[in-house]
Design a binder for this molecule. Structure first.
Ligand SMILES: C[S@@+](CC[C@H](N)C(=O)[O-])C[C@H]1O[C@@H](n2cnc3c(N)ncnc32)[C@H](O)[C@@H]1O
Length: 287
């Protein structure tokens, strides 16, 4: 088992780099996640490797540790109830409000290996093809490795089958030697980038901002700051969609489950009703 010092240094490192709060019971993850990096970077001591990363002695190693210690669990059309809500209520509302101007502008924040953003692109293609052709989906994650995977749009058959039925498989994927690749039409409206939610948002004027299964990794203060930044990235009447375990407290009225309007969030902030008060918002369930 890694020493207490190793874990304590790693906790500081992950907090400083990505605002992620490692829980004590996550110590069991270290061998599986960090042993391969010890081999790759030639360390025989995990404690030294983590200390070198913490002290900025090897930036590539530091990035690799962030990649390894962030949780990338995701799948296509994850949480069927949410996708039904998106299809029946949230997207039609966004389209009625915004698409007249120039299609939709959407941001998937904390996109992991891309499945959420590609699922959105597929759903738009299926249900709202005319809007789809004018829509831009921006997708970002702190993990360079996850973003590199997302950009390629290449998945094993096993990963794709998690969430994709046979008709979607036939419609939206091409077979390749290693598995399947998302078709060009679906990929063409996506732009992936590396972005740390600790930093100010690089995006603005978004009609729809999705941040699902991400806030659970932050402490209360950072969750609050991040919700503020996500809100600011939305256009004045833009929509912010959070994961099912991340909804904001009852004082802030969701227009659909987990879906908030920027102006409501801002007016609640002004009146001090805890607009972006996500203190009680999240369960700490790891995903
Ligand atoms: C569990 S995945 C969620 C993926 C997708 N949104 C979903 O719901 O399926 C959480 C993602 O948040 C990303 N993440 C964690 N800390 C982050 C930060 N500070 N900035 C940006 N992304 C972060 C992780 O790298 C990971 O890919």
């Amino acid at each position: 088992m890694p020493s207490d010092t190793t874990f304590a240094t790693l906790k500081l490192f992950m907090f400083e780099k990505a605002a992620n709060v490692l829980k004590e019971d996550q110590v069991y993850l270290l061998p599986a996640r960090l042993d391969p990096l010890m081999k790759q970077y030639g360390y025989d001591s995990m404690e030294r490797m983590v200390a070198d990363a913490y002290h900025g002695k090897n930036l590539a190693l530091g990035r690799a540790i962030v990649d390894a210690m962030t949780t990338h669990e995701t799948q296509f059309f994850r949480d069927a109830k949410f996708w039904a809500e998106l299809s029946q209520n949230i997207l039609p509302t966004a389209i009625a409000k915004f698409s007249g101007k120039r299609g939709l502008r959407i941001w998937s924040a904390g996109c992991s290996t891309g499945q959420e953003a590609y699922s959105l692109s597929m759903l738009l293609e299926e249900r709202f093809p005319q809007v789809a052709s004018k829509t831009q989906i921006y997708a970002s994650d702190v993990s360079e490795a996850a973003v590199a995977t997302a950009r390629q749009g290449l998945y094993s058959m096993h990963d794709a089958a998690r969430g994709i039925d046979t008709s979607r498989m036939a419609r939206h994927f091409d077979r390749v030697s290693t598995g399947v690749r998302v078709k060009e039409t679906i990929r063409s409206r996506l732009r992936f980038s590396v972005h740390n939610l600790k930093e100010p948002s690089p995006f603005s004027d978004m009609d729809l901002v999705l941040c699902r299964n991400v806030l659970i990794y932050f402490n209360e203060i950072d969750r609050r700051k991040i919700v503020e930044r996500l809100t600011q990235a939305a256009c004045p009447e833009g929509l912010l969609v959070l994961g099912s375990t991340e909804s904001l407290p009852g004082t802030i009225k969701a227009i659909f489950p987990g879906c908030y309007e920027r102006r409501t969030l801002q007016s609640s902030a002004k009146s001090g009703v805890g607009a972006v008060d996500v203190q009680r918002a999240t369960s700490r369930k790891a995903v």
